[in-house]
Design a protein around this ligand. Structure first.
Ligand code: 5GP
Ligand code: MN
Length: 347
């Protein structure tokens, strides 16, 4: 175990974590809560369940709490059925948070990313630990393992496990959860965040019993008929490509999603089609939800969607993948987006 790690990541932010302090906090702890962000994705659920898997042999009460439901295609992971959903199981979630000795924040770095749960977490004075790879972490946490150059939070959970000497507990279910997180956040090992280290970790996970094909099938080959119909509709009828600016917008209203019996996760990855157009610089998926509209941004090269999401869409994320939300109905949200693209940004 190293005493203290100081690293300057590619964005010049200092991330510190003291593994001895983490060890001390965990040895004293009986109740551990692991939380992750709203609209949990493969990395959110995978990293959380993997961390829970590493902590369970230590005879601790470990509770994984998510702000709102996660997609069905992540339900196969070990421990997924025990996840507490704050939105629908408020009492159980609040009880666990109230009695927690250590609270982990995984795959998010600010309490405003976890909706109403953020206020409850903020009010607790127990040890708070962040493991995350998004830009600009909230410095009020006690321990921060933040590295924006890491492919995924799952990769950071692996790094943490290595430093803490937990890798003896690495088994197939933990390896599958970590692999799911890495695979989904790297677009199946194709995004620029994929490093030699990412592949070295994947190799170790295979040695622990992981079969990549199996995880890939469970996540990507579980489409419903309705989901594919919605995808076809979105691509053939709703794609708006600005060839001059090389920006692609795909927008879906609530009523369009309902027409295809939309389930959480059905539009996951849709935005990437917009970016796969030859020469496309930025793609935006605009999705109407109850009470507002969500944006998913993807970009190539120097187009910094994190900055765009922060400046205009109450959001953030990474340089080439970010998200945000506005309290507008779909029509106004699209007009607002177009106004920003045409008048505020340079393409
Ligand atoms: P997605 O488009 O897949 O929802 O999100 C892309 C990336 O942006 C993810 O890393 C996600 O954590 C981040 N992100 C998405 N929505 C928001 C948001 O509302 N606020 C912030 N800060 N980040 C977001
Ligand atoms: Mn992530």
């Amino acid at each position: 175990m190293k005493a203290k790690q100081n690293r300057t990541d590619s964005f010049g932010k200092i991330s510190t974590v003291d593994y001895n302090q983490l060890q001390a906090a965990l040895s004293d702890a009986q109740n551990i809560v692991i939380t992750t962000h709203r609209s949990p994705d493969g990395d959110a659920i995978g990293s959380s369940l993997a961390l829970a898997g590493f902590l369970k042999p230590k005879q601790k009460n470990v509770t994984v709490i998510v702000p709102d439901p996660f997609p069905n295609f992540l339900e196969w992971m070990e421990g997924a059925t025990d996840i507490v959903v704050f939105e629908s199981q408020k009492e159980a979630a609040e009880d666990a948070i109230e009695t927690a000795d250590v609270i982990f924040s995984l795959d998010y770095n600010r309490f405003d990313r976890v909706a109403a749960m953020g206020e409850v977490l903020k009010s607790r004075s127990c040890t708070k630990v962040m493991i995350d790879h998004h830009i600009d972490p909230d410095r009020s946490y006690d321990l921060i393992l933040s590295d924006t150059s890491a492919s995924s939070t799952a990769e950071l959970v692996y790094r943490c496990a290595k430093e803490m000497n937990w890798l003896d507990h690495l088994n197939r279910p933990i390896a599958e959860a970590l692999y799911a997180g890495i695979m989904t956040d790297t677009g199946s090992f194709k995004f620029s965040s994929t490093s030699a280290e990412t592949h070295r970790i994947a190799a170790h996970l295979m040695e622990a019993g992981l079969v990549p094909e199996v995880v890939h099938q469970r996540i990507f080959d579980t489409n419903s008929y309705d989901r594919l119909q919605l995808l076809g509709y979105a691509l053939s009828k709703k794609m708006d490509y600005d060839a001059a600016r090389k920006v692609c917008i795909i927008a879906l209203s609530l009523s369009e999603k309902n027409r295809f019996r939309y389930q959480k996760g059905d539009t996951e990855g849709l935005v990437n089609y917009g970016l796969s157009i030859n020469g496309s610089k930025m793609a935006v998926f605009v999705s109407e939800e109850l009470g507002g509209t969500k944006f998913s941004f993807r970009s190539k090269g120097d187009v910094n969607v994190n900055e765009i999401a922060r400046a205009y869409f109450n959001g953030g994320g990474h340089k080439n993948a970010a998200g945000g939300r506005v309290e507008m109905k779909i029509k106004d949200a699209i007009n607002y987006l177009k106004d920003v693209i045409e008048n505020k940004l340079e393409f």
